[in-house]
Design a protein around this ligand. Structure first.
Ligand code: SAH
Length: 250
């Protein structure tokens, strides 16, 4: 069934009025008809099963026939501080990270990050494009909440924003592995409510960055003997964390 994240105000008293891109997609792309069912999400963790009553490209109406809690949200809130990468690779991390259950993405400007595009309009159109990628991946993968996408921040600001347990995979770390570090962050195999994950850019983190992260309590971990590309590392660590916490099929 097709799923759409919509602004909460589009749903009122059991009735739904869809406009903009969602209405256009339903009428033109999906050729929906009155009587068809869709799932509408308002980013509250609730899902609304809706029967369409009127389909038009400017305004499509429907009635909520059932409301249920989303079952797809992970119990751990993962914030991925991903070092800025070339556009297509960064987009891959956003898409796959959303599918895997990340809750927050923080594009992080590292000492070795590729420079950011000049000009505010390019910056905002890039963020719009990224938001669309996150929304599409969230709809397609059945998420009940939309992952947050923050504006790019410098590495030191990202460090200052860390609250709770966090790890920084770093190829200079030879002792602590990911599994052991996660074990220590959740005593007695208890629940982990949140986890920050710092992934470096293509050129990796500088020693100063790793020191700075450690100074605010972020734990350096190894991902083993092979060096993963930055986008592979971001996606793999989210997957491994979800697996370890029983959020990837058991
Ligand atoms: N500095 C490296 C590559 C960086 S890989 C170089 O150019 O030689 C990009 C990021 O992925 C790293 O900053 C780190 O966060 C993560 N990463 C990749 N492989 C890793 C490994 N084996 N152990 C820990 N972190 C790794």
């Amino acid at each position: 069934m097709h799923r759409f994240f919509v602004p909460p105000e589009w749903i009122e008293d059991g009735a739904v009025v869809l406009s903009d891109g969602v209405a256009r997609q339903l009428s033109h792309v999906l050729r929906a008809r009155a009587g068809d069912r869709i799932t509408v999400l308002d980013d509250s963790g609730w899902e609304h099963l809706v029967t369409l009553t009127e389909v038009a490209s400017d305004r499509t109406r429907g009635l909520v026939v059932e409301r249920s809690r989303s079952v797809a949200e992970p119990s751990v809130r993962v914030t991925l501080y991903q070092g800025m990468l070339k556009a297509d690779r960064f987009e891959l991390v956003l898409q796959k990270g959303t599918e895997l259950g990340a809750s927050v993405f923080v594009p992080t400007l590292c000492a070795r990050s590729v420079p950011r595009p000049r000009g505010e309009s390019r910056e905002s159109s890039r963020l719009d494009r990224w938001r669309r990628i996150v929304v599409e991946a969230a709809e397609q993968s059945g998420r009940g909440r939309l992952p947050k996408l923050r504006e790019p921040v410098p590495f030191s600001e990202a460090c200052d924003g860390v609250r709770g347990p966090a790890i920084i995979p770093w190829e200079g770390e030879t002792e602590a592995g990911l599994k052991a570090a996660l074990g220590r962050l959740r005593p007695n195999a208890g629940a982990l409510a949140s986890l920050g994950i710092f992934i470096g850019p293509e050129g990796g983190f500088t020693q100063e960055e790793v020191d700075q992260a450690r100074a605010v309590g972020v734990v350096a971990v190894s991902l083993g003997r092979r060096i993963l590309r930055a986008e592979t590392a971001g996606v793999s660590v989210v997957a491994a964390v979800m697996y370890e916490l029983g959020e990837l099929g058991g």
